[in-house]
Ligand binder design. Structure first.
Ligand code: KG4
Ligand code: ZN
Length: 376
């Protein structure tokens, strides 16, 4: 098979992204335009604003992805685009543009599931580093602002197959990070902020009741046993704030930080009392423990030797450290994408499209966005 250059386009949430990937194994460019500044004043992603920003950014982002890769439109063999899951209006911007481009250039179009993309973020980087020795199936934890899913992933000829063995029943883990940060007056998005602050607090200061996050029942293969639930811990944090009368301090912090531009870690620390830092550290400890415990229990029960941890929350340092330590003890190999490829990007979409290109699994011109597209 000669080298294949795929242009990937991703617009499912608040990042407009384009990338060129060679044969599913080398990222030639990876351009991500983040809309964080647009949504920050609202404390979360505003769908209408996301679509508008995608419309503005998509053409320059795609052009930059091509020029960074040293390619022209004509050099591209196929165009891959995220079909879902995500915000319907946001997805449509990427899909409409990809369709127009494919039509004008007379190139095939490939529809990619965003969740499959997160799994291929790990695969493309491992291949790029020359790692072709992974054992399959791999157990992939896809953990982001919209998803907390466990998949068994393996390839049959050119087709990748996924079995979903666990999912969140309510909030995704990243959503819990974002909501807890918001209620503590720490701003948006919460994950990276909590990650930085947690190391400054005592993670054992606040004990969240075990029932807030259900523990796996080892050995039994019951339906839903590897499901997650994060709304309980979010409510427990809120209750803690109320019973410890933290609200006036939170309001003070919000007002104080609203005056500052480009907040540094020192700014956050200056505005956080010990109790807040302890609460943040204890929250992160509880969430990361739960993610690691359930994933490891599922890996043992399903007898897999390879773990993937991917999606925005996979950028979390405590989560990475815990996975590395626990996997080493259990004799499992664990792989994470680089930080650039952990959060939303289009290189993962172009990489996931490559096996579909080989199998000539192309989308027809009538395909559309699927906000709740499932995988497996
Ligand atoms: O994969 P992603 O960019 O978008 C979705 O598909 O959702 O993930 C974004 C999520 C947000 O909830 C953000 O707070 C979280 O990932 N996140 C983190 C960290 N970096 C991003 N959560 C915890 N620790 C981090 N370092
Ligand atoms: Zn994502």
């Amino acid at each position: 098979m000669p080298d294949t250059y795929i242009l990937g386009i991703e617009s499912s949430c608040d990042e407009t992204a384009a990338a060129v990937v060679r044969s599913g194994e080398q990222v030639l460019s990876n351009v991500v335009y983040s809309q964080i500044a647009t949504h920050q004043p609202y404390g979360g992603v505003v769908p209408e604003l996301a679509s508008r920003e995608h419309l503005r950014a998509i053409v320059p982002v795609v052009r930059k992805a091509l020029s960074d890769a040293g390619r022209t439109y004509q050099d591209i063999d196929a165009i891959a685009v995220t079909q879902g899951p995500g915000l319907a209006g946001a997805l449509l911007v990427g899909i409409s543009y990809a369709k127009a481009l494919a039509f004008a250039l007379e190139k095939p179009l490939i529809a990619v599931n965003h969740l499959e993309g997160h799994i291929h973020a790990v695969l493309v980087e491992e291949r790029q580093q020359g790692n072709r020795e992974m054992q399959f199936p791999a157990l992939a934890l896809v953990v982001s602002g919209g998803h907390t899913h466990l998949y068994l992933a393996q390839q049959h000829e050119e087709t990748w197959m996924y079995e979903n063995i666990g999912k969140t029943r309510d909030d995704a883990a990243g959503e819990a990070f974002d909501k807890v940060a918001k209620l503590l007056g720490l701003g948006y998005p919460g994950g990276p902020i909590i990650d930085k602050l947690a190391g400054h607090g005592d993670a054992r200061a606040v004990q969240f009741p075990g029932a807030q996050i259900k523990k796996p029942n080892r050995g039994a293969r019951e339906a839903g046993i590897y499901d997650f639930s994060f709304s309980g811990i979010k409510t427990a944090v809120l209750r803690y704030v109320q019973t410890h009368h933290m609200q006036p301090r939170i309001e003070q912090r919000r007002a104080g930080m609203a005056k500052l531009e480009r907040l540094t870690l020192e700014d956050y620390l200056k505005h956080c009392d010990r109790e807040t830092l302890d609460l943040v550290a204890s929250f992160q400890r509880a969430v990361t423990d739960d993610l690691v415990n359930k994933t490891l229990a599922a890996a043992q029960e399903r007898e897999v030797a390879t773990l993937f941890v991917t999606g925005g929350v996979a950028a979390n340092r405590e989560l990475r450290q815990k996975f590395e330590a626990r996997a080493a003890r259990a004799g499992l190999a664990v792989f994470f994408p680089s930080l650039r490829l952990s959060t939303d990007n289009a290189a993962m979409i172009a990489a996931a499209a490559y096996p579909k290109f080989v199998a000539r699994d192309f989308a027809d011109e009538h395909f559309s966005a699927e906000a709740s597209l499932a995988l497996g």
